[in-house]
Design a binder for this molecule. Structure first.
Ligand SMILES: Cc1cc2nc3c(=O)[nH]c(=O)nc-3n(C[C@H](O)[C@H](O)[C@H](O)COP(=O)(O)OP(=O)(O)OC[C@H]3O[C@@H](n4cnc5c(N)ncnc54)[C@H](O)[C@@H]3O)c2cc1C
Length: 407
């Protein structure tokens, strides 16, 4: 007899965090007529900004077309991988990425306290491994680059990698230990941010697409969502992969952001079995991140597929084959869930922060593969722009202006 497999396709649907207080009743929130700041999009970027602005005394409304925290942010693995992600050409982002990585520990501590949730912050670090002679040569060049920008990484022989991770295949030839590339769990961060923001006084409106910006004398004066309106002198667009679709911004303004699909698989070992990994492991093809409770996330594909959210045989096959190539123990554990998400990707893979040239309209979009890592520094930078306090140097070059468009 056929029985339905216990495999969920997520996100698109909020998952309750382990031990989380019950989700807030979103129907209890009504769009107020006025606010100081409206944030369009309740992903990690929008909610972090809103939380910071509320702490700065602003009346903030966040509005999302779906459930808060159900977009790319929920699809993420949760790696804070400033070093593991760094490669040639990454100079535009590295100082901002390191700034945000430094901010993550205090940000997480404050968020845990404000929400009462444990974020599963894991400080073991990340090991990028090589499994052939060619891979070792490429890894060595990456390691040399790390030294030039002062990343806290160390070179490991194959034997040292296996001492740290004895479940990896003996064919591992070398590794880079990225000592400060920690990880957290997006399934916990997203509800925690929602709770913290609401407790700080933020109004969060869900399942309400923003259809237009309200304009007055060439400036943004608020938003329209169907028949509803909310007026505010500042609107921050944090619409993730949808930012480039152009429906919301005044004509003449182009936001160079597109969706880049990522598929992931979550595996689960029995509770009685010790975890397969102690660090986040990267190979050239795949990353594997052990979460608490026996979950192991294997991700992620990088695909130009528009807004097609399908989870494909080719995607899953590539992920599972690459995981087995490095970690044979995955063969014996079960598949818990599969999902896809849309990375918001700009032309140079770095975020676009700040002014647009349209008074009152700010952007915080294009965080690509690093939106979880970059959330604390993005929230600080946008809050500083709104509140008129100094903006961190590392954020100042990440404007729309760098693409030579209207500012
Ligand atoms: C498989 C995968 C793995 C990843 N792993 C990592 C990782 O390990 N570490 C890391 O740092 N990053 C990772 N990322 C990248 C990270 O997920 C993104 O950079 C980040 O989530 C972007 O956050 P966001 O808030 O901009 O977007 P989102 O979370 O997508 O939020 C945007 C929100 O805007 C809303 N919206 C859009 N249009 C409208 C509208 N008109 N009106 C109202 N609301 C609207 C959407 O509904 C959505 O909720 C990963 C991404 C994927 C896909």
């Amino acid at each position: 007899m056929y029985s339905a497999p216990n495999i969920q396709i997520v996100p698109g649907r909020r998952l309750a965090a382990a031990g989380a207080t019950p989700a807030f009743d979103s129907t209890a929130s009504h769009l107020p007529a006025k606010a100081d700041v409206i944030v369009v999009g309740a992903g990690i970027i929008g909610l972090s900004i809103a939380w910071r602005l509320a702490a700065g005394g602003q009346r903030v409304v966040v509005i999302d077309k779906a459930e808060a925290g159900s977009g790319a942010s929920l699809a993420a693995t949760g790696m804070l991988a400033a070093a593991a992600e760094y490669e040639a050409g990454g100079e535009i982002l590295i100082q901002f990425a390191l700034e945000s990585q430094r901010r993550w520990e205090p940000f997480a501590a404050e968020l845990e306290q404000a929400s009462g949730l444990d974020l599963d912050f894991d400080r073991s670090g990340t090991i990028v491994v090589a499994m052939t002679r060619d891979e070792t040569a490429r890894l060595r060049s990456r390691f040399d680059l790390h030294g030039k920008v002062g990343l806290e990484t160390r070179w490991l022989t194959g034997e040292s990698v296996r001492t740290l991770e004895d479940g990896l295949r003996p064919s591992v030839t070398a590794g880079i230990h990225c000592l400060r590339d920690f990880q957290i769990d997006p399934r916990r961060i997203m509800p925690a941010l929602e709770i913290a923001a609401r407790r700080a006084g933020v109004t969060i409106i869900e399942n309400q697409p923003v259809s237009a910006l309200a304009m007055q004398a060439g400036s943004v004066a608020g938003i329209a969502a169907g028949d509803l309106e909310c007026m505010a002198p500042v609107v921050v667009l944090t619409t993730g992969a949808y930012a480039g679709s152009g429906q919301l911004v005044p004509s003449g303004l182009t936001i160079p952001v597109r969706p880049l699909r990522g598929q992931s698989v979550c595996l689960r070992a029995p509770a009685t079995q010790p975890p397969l990994l102690r660090h986040v492991i990267w190979t050239e093809q795949v990353h594997m991140a052990q979460k608490s409770g026996g979950r192991l996330i294997v991700g992620a594909t990088v695909e130009e597929a528009g807004f097609n959210a399908d989870v494909t045989v080719g995607g899953l096959f590539a992920l599972l084959e690459a995981a087995r190539r490095a970690l044979p123990g995955v063969e014996d554990i079960s598949v818990e869930a599969v999902w896809s998400g849309f990375r918001p990707t700009s032309q140079d893979d770095a975020p676009i922060l700040g002014e647009t040239g349209v008074p009152g309209l700010l952007l915080a979009v294009g965080h690509h593969r690093n939106g979880i890592l970059l959330a604390p520094a993005t929230a600080e930078a946008i809050a500083a722009m709104v509140l008129g306090t100094p903006v961190a140097q590392s954020a100042q070059s990440l404007t729309l202006q760098r693409f030579g468009r209207k500012t």
